[in-house]
Design a protein around this ligand. Sequence first.
Ligand code: HEM
Length: 488
Amino acid sequence: MSSSHVLTKYDYFEKRGLLAPKPKFPFGNCKGAYTGKQNIIYDLNDIYQQFRKKTSFVGYFEAKTPKILVISPDVAKDVMIKYFKNFHDNEIASLFDKEADPLLARNPFVLKGEEWKEKRAEVTPAFTSTRLRSLFPLVEEVLERFKNYVHKEIPKNEPFDIREISAKFTTDVVSSCIFNADAHSFTKEKPEIREMGRKLLDFTSSGAQFKFLILTMFPWIRKFHKISFVPKAVHEFFINLMEQAVTMREKSNIKRDDYLSYLIELKKKKNLADIDMAAHGVTFFTDGFETSSLAIAYMLYEIANDKRVQEKLRKQINEELIDENGKIIYEKMLEHEYLDQIFHETLRLHPIIMFFNRECTEEITFDCNGKDFKIEKGMSVNVPIYSIHRDPDYYVNPTEFVPERFDAENGGVKEFRNRGVLMPFGDGSRICLGMRFALMQSKAAVIEIVRNFELSVNDKTQKPLKIGATEIFNVKSGGLWLDMKAIK
Ligand code: HEM
């Protein structure tokens, strides 16, 4: 088989003796997603529920493409860690064309094989603890803007869409940390960087959805026609932004051991082209602002929804995390147990990336219920982290928000990660590159808001929370609405 998209007959799994739900033409087992009725994670979760406890993985069809859905966390770990060399590429890589979308296609997330290895090695040193620490003053500046914005808006007596303001925060943080630019998210109605960022990742527009559909159903089209997702104006905007950032930094006397200075060194050392520099910036921007803003929004939502957790956290923040000048104590923030439990419990319930799709890069045989099953090169293997995170075999009352489930006597967060049942950042060699940056900006935002404001959920929030049908990330329909009251 040359690629995972080879059209195959629906008896593919039956012939090979692997359990699989019955597919139906033309959508296979993902009718909900293809007809726009529900997010694909709900189709996958239905399959997961049907086969939970029965087997360690099953076959299923996305339209006419056969894929594997992992059920057991042991197999998930095998795919992501132990047999990484057999599954080292993300399936999404095949959707982007390097020439048509140079900014997105240079992101490690979508790169394959040696190119991925090289780019990942290039970016990794940018995230050392010293560099992260040197970014914190920039984060603190934005925290001040965040707090002042909420104070200013409170008299309007309207609920806050916490997603929207969390996105203002992360957009300002990320633009300041990479592009050295103030994005003006809290002051302008439609700040340009944010708008451009939105357009860069707007895969939910009807045009982009159509392109995705075409590419997944007729992948061979790419051979004849290069399909681009990023509009030209957006492309140019980010190249200019990065150029300006580099020029300004080089002209100024600022000596900061941050991400931009690292990129400037890299540019000199490796003779990087402008497009490579811009792509580095865009990688940080695209991977950093939306994912973290969702994490912050869900943390604040869950804290607002549970007065007990809110009061317990506020007390600990005031007693342990703030110094005599009213500043966050950076080192303590990073290692604070309860805050870390809240972070992980939030991402257990609301993993921002809901499943990982790895492409089999080298044929391998796995045992499934005592029978061998050969996973062919090109086949996609899907790990539905959303379902594993909510499996009652691993979590008591899995739909409830209980940060204490990660208490030390239960082994702490680490134990759940080791068992492969908690993977909000993925695992193995492709684990999220920005994890520590994400933890830093998310925890800081939560501390600042919880110490200054009393939070409660406003009825405008549509319950039960439901993931939007066409969303790529875990985004709930209708927004997350909170009331916020200043603490005197
Ligand atoms: C709470 C926020 C975040 C979450 C939940 C998150 C989650 C993830 C996940 C699940 C993956 C895939 C891992 C895998 O396939 O095993 C990933 C990859 C990645 N993330 Fe994050 N991420 C977050 C924030 C960030 C930030 C802030 C950055 C950059 C500053 C970033 C950069 C990346 C990159 C470059 C990859 C691709 C890694 C590779 O394929 O080698 N992420 N992230």
